[in-house]
Design a protein around this ligand. Structure first.
Ligand code: ADP
Length: 397
């Protein structure tokens, strides 16, 4: 296993700046996921580590060695791709050992490595099968075993589960986590799927337009997104965003206000525009608001469409005022109506007037121009005082 560093890495194709000044310092043995929308530079970044793409400028280090100009075979890496390229006329043993045979490995050592790898990916007893006798998931395991036998210092995986069906993909996520524990090797994993990134990684690096937005643990990215992009990309369904103006101890949204201690927020003054972000699970029906850390005042709103998901119901709420085209949905991209997630047992209907509260303890604020996070979950003074009173009341009991 090895530390991997990218220092000021830039990759410019003719017209496209695919990677813009990427700095990453990945720890020994870490499972890191590069995640972001299609075209954000994930694969190009991975290819600069693999040696398949030469950066326009900057350095790549694996362990203590600078590898920027080394060919892939001298970097101590192994790759697994989305398209599983197995040789159709070779059995599993030959497919797994192909790279070792090219390097004239002794038969005994080759047998040992293939058997160990087959055991790790649970393909024991299948070494004589041909690829067309295997399922998609099994073929992907052959590809992973082929990477394992090389005993690389770093595994590079580019959307390796993208071609598998949904159920298998979820199973393989668990397998990859197990594999990571067992091999104790640095893994750099590329996906556009934020759920995959959240569930498997020690840290995730969120990319947009060739630039690193944030690198942190999945929960940090979720709870303390560095900017509006990360806030919107991580989490499903996505965070709600509302344009607000700073009022007198309030955040004023179209049609309603949230009492909010904005004095604690550096540099914000009355009249400033800020974007408020709140996740669907942090919007409550007033009746259930005891679960909120710091419930704001009730807001009256009409429900729009309901989406029962089984374990929760997504409730689309109509815009409280203005802006929409009358059907409450507005332009989907632009809509300011909130999405709320409620317990499946909740008695709620479409087109019904309800009262909601926002959990002020979970409100995120973003700079209106740069999109940088200004604050996360400011718990109001009033709520802290109420908590202290409650605690001391309990202590007195
Ligand atoms: P991702 O993996 O996040 O989908 P890529 O790293 O593949 O993104 O691509 C980043 C950007 O660089 C895209 O705009 C893509 O079109 C461009 N790009 C990638 N490879 C090449 C290439 N060989 N020539 C020109 N442009 C490329």
């Amino acid at each position: 296993m090895a530390r991997v560093q990218l220092k000021d890495v830039v990759k410019q194709y003719d017209e496209v700046l695919a990677v813009n000044n990427m700095n990453l310092d990945l720890r020994d043995g870490e499972f890191i996921t590069l995640v972001g929308p299609s075209g954000c530079g994930k694969s190009t970044t991975l290819e600069t580590v693999a040696g398949l793409t030469k950066p326009t400028s900057g350095q790549v280090l694996i362990g203590d060695r600078e590898v920027t100009n080394l060919p892939p075979k001298d970097r101590g890496i192994a790759m697994v791709f989305q398209n599983i390229a197995l040789f159709p006329h070779m059995d599993v043993y030959d497919n797994i050992s192909f790279g070792l045979r090219l390097r004239d490995f002794p038969q005994e050592e080759m047998d040992r490595r293939v058997e160990d790898a087959a055991e790790i990916v649970r393909l024991e007893g299948m070494l004589e099968r041909m690829p067309d006798e295997m399922s998609g998931g099994q073929r992907q395991r052959v590809a992973i075993a082929r990477a394992i036998v090389r005993e690389p210092e770093v595994f590079l995986m580019d959307e390796p589960l993208a071609n598998l069906d949904a159920k298998l993909r979820v199973n393989m996520r668990t397998e990859l986590q197990r594999l990571h524990k067992q091999l104790d090797t640095t893994i750099i994993y590329v996906t556009h799927n934020q759920a995959e990134a959240m569930t498997m990684s020690d840290r995730i690096a969120v990319l947009n337009k060739g630039e690193l937005q944030q690198i942190a643990s999945p929960l940090t990215c979720y709870n303390e997104p560095a900017n509006r992009f990360v806030a919107g990309f991580i989490g499903s369904p996505s965070m709600n965003f509302v344009d607000t103006t700073v009022g007198d101890g309030t955040l004023d949204a179209p049609g309603y206000s949230v009492t909010f201690d904005t004095t604690a927020l550096d540099g914000l003054s009355r009249g400033d525009r800020v974007e408020m972000g709140i996740r669907p699970e942090d919007v409550y029906l007033t009746a259930n608001s005891a679960e909120a850390q710091d419930p704001g005042e009730p807001i009256s709103v009409e429900t729009d469409v309901l989406e029962p998901m089984g374990d929760e119901i997504f409730v689309y709420l109509k815009e409280i005022t203005g802006g929409g085209d009358g059907d409450g949905m507005g332009d989907l991209e632009e809509r300011q109506g909130l999405l709320m997630s409620v317990d499946p047992a909740t008695d709620i209907r479409e087109e019904e007037q309800v009262e909601i509260v926002l959990d002020r303890g979970r409100i995120h604020l973003f700079d209106d121009e740069t999109g940088d996070a200004i604050s996360h979950g400011v718990v109001s003074e009033a709520s802290i005082e109420a908590d202290v009173e409650q605690d001391s009341a309990q202590a007195d009991d």
